[in-house]
Design a protein around this ligand. Structure first.
Ligand code: NAD
Length: 494
């Protein structure tokens, strides 16, 4: 453990935080304290915003090709540090090492895409918008942008935003999750060496007070926040009141629909990693399965229950399991575990059948960790609290529908609309599913339909409180103003 609290990174310097208090950063698998995170004050957040504001004029005038040079250098450093970064993610978040490595790969991929800004950031021109008049779209940076990240992807989520913002000529202040701040701390030390001018990227640790300070401060032009829908709704309302851009990506209850013609054995194998990888704490984790027809429902329930019994729950850094792809680690905190237990009791009260009970799982050496084993409820009523609520843990509910249309209705009546997948061998049903289901990310025989960095990432309905999604070319719309110039020149007088 490091005794000294983490430092903030403001105006190119590591500085001791002016903080209202400290929180321990815990390894959720062992309970070991890994460090102390400062809960920075609003004034401290303001200093970072002012530093970013001062850096903006020169940075925004820097040629695009020169702005991405530090990102290329960052890429080299990240690639050289992949394994250490994955280990930090596993230590502070509890996901398995293969999952952590996959997260590092995806954040690197986003940085690579942002390096293409000189191409991606080009505007459009319409020669001949009217008689002798041309129209041109200038994609211009706006100023300071801010970020609040969630605990579950401490490295990847910041990379959905900041490399694009900075490449586009904006300056940035990021706040990691107070539960998992160590990954971005290390990445910021690479940014410090990558040659960004001071003030272009800043890191401030803390909790909601920092986010509220970002919104209240007059300088920032916008906020990207990824977190629970409750948090998203609160910040989206605050940003609207002060006329700031806001991208807020919220909670989920991702459904997997199994049709009678599906390969149930393959589907169940696929479901296990979708439902229980990262202990069910991925925003794209499946947590509701809808089986169509009595025979499909019976087959899915039986095979899923059997497959759950083979899932290994362990401390992901235990050398005995470090090489296994499907190891389920802890959930993030004692509070998260208590909530999951409450929801299991709610399910029982509602009359659902607890087919696999993950409570009371014992992990040798993990007595102070926060483990919950795979948990499966069957005979779940659509619209019950168990079905409605984002549990964000390894709890799966299985529902039965009598037809494709009923399955689609169950999904479309749900508050959330992040991801959804269908298992079928039929192109007809697959096509109808992708067109009719109100979710932002659709899978066909794919359990985790998370888009690669070249494509937009984001949901619909109660999972997304903004029009513009994360990553890829799409996110540049958030970080630039599309100023349109309409111009004409009269002929020279003869
Ligand atoms: P959270 O909402 O508790 O916190 C997210 C961030 O917001 C943190 O940085 C936190 O400090 C800050 N915050 C919390 N409350 C706030 C408030 N009232 N005002 C301003 N800021 C506040 O979320 P979490 O528990 O860290 O992350 C898990 C949640 O994130 C889940 O709901 C998950 O579905 C969601 N998530 C969504 C996506 C997506 O793509 N839609 C991706 C990852 C995670």
């Amino acid at each position: 453990m490091h005794d000294a609290p983490l430092k903030n990174y403001i105006d190119g310097q590591w500085v001791e935080a002016e903080a209202a208090g400290l929180l321990p950063v815990e390894n959720p698998g062992t309970g070991a304290v890994l460090g102390q995170v400062p809960l920075s004050s609003a004034e401290e957040a303001g200093r970072a915003v002012v530093a970013a504001g001062a850096a903006f004029p020169a940075w925004s005038r820097t040629p695009a090709a020169r702005r991405v040079e530090p990102l290329f250098r960052l890429l080299e450093r990240l690639r050289a540090d992949e394994e250490a970064l994955a280990r930090i993610i596993t230590e502070e978040n509890g996901k398995s090492l293969p999952d952590a490595r996959a997260e590092v790969k995806r954040l690197i991929e986003n940085c690579e895409v942002a390096c293409a800004l000189p191409v991606l950031g080009q505007g459009d021109t319409l020669v001949g918008a009217a008689e002798g008049i041309d129209g041109a779209v200038l994609r211009l940076p706006l100023g300071v942008f801010t970020l609040a990240a969630p605990f579950n992807f401490p490295g990847m989520v910041p990379f959905w935003f900041f490399p694009y913002a900075v490449a586009a000529g904006n300056t940035y202040v990021a706040k990691p999750s107070e539960q998992t701040p160590l990954t971005m701390q290390r990445i910021t030390s690479h940014l410090d060496q990558a040659g960004l001018p001071r003030g272009v990227f800043n890191l401030v640790h803390g909790d909601r007070r920092v986010v509220e300070a970002f919104i209240a401060h007059p300088l920032p032009k916008g906020l990207s926040l990824v977190g629970s829908s409750r948090t998203c709704r609160a910040v989206a309302e605050q940003c609207a009141r002060v006329h700031k851009r806001c991208q807020a990506m919220g909670g989920a209850k991702n459904h997997l629909v199994v049709l009678p013609d599906a390969r149930v054995d393959e589907a169940v194998r696929n479901m296990i990693s979708s439902c229980f990888g990262c202990a069910g704490q991925r925003c794209m984790a499946a947590s509701a399965i809808v089986a169509v027809g009595a025979a499909t429902y019976a087959a899915v329930c039986e095979q899923l229950v059997q497959a759950c019994r083979k899932v290994r729950v362990a401390n992901p850094l235990d050398p005995a399991v470090a090489r296994e792809a499907m190891v389920m680690g802890p959930v993030i905190s004692a509070k998260a575990k208590a909530f999951i237990h409450t929801m299991i009791e709610t399910g029982l009260r509602e009359g659902a059948r607890l087919a696999v009970d993950g409570r009371g799982v014992v992990v040798p050496g993990g007595e102070r960790g926060h483990y919950v084993g795979p948990t499966v409820f069957t005979e779940v009523r659509p619209g019950s609290a168990l079905h409605r609520t984002e549990i964000f843990g390894p709890v799966v509910v299985v529902l039965r529908a009598e037809s494709f249309d009923e399955a689609v209705r169950i999904l479309n009546c749900h508050e959330y609309g992040n991801g959804a997948s269908i298992y079928t061998q039929s192109g007809y049903w697959a096509r109808r599913f992708k067109l009719e289901v109100e979710c932002g990310m659709i899978g066909i025989n794919v359990g985790i339909p998370a888009p690669v960095a070249y494509l937009p990432f984001g949901g619909m309905k109660g999972s997304q409180f903004s029009d513009i999604k994360a990553q890829g070319r799409a996110v540049l719309d958030f970080f630039t103003e599309a100023k349109v110039v309409t111009e004409r020149y009269w002929p020279e007088a003869e």
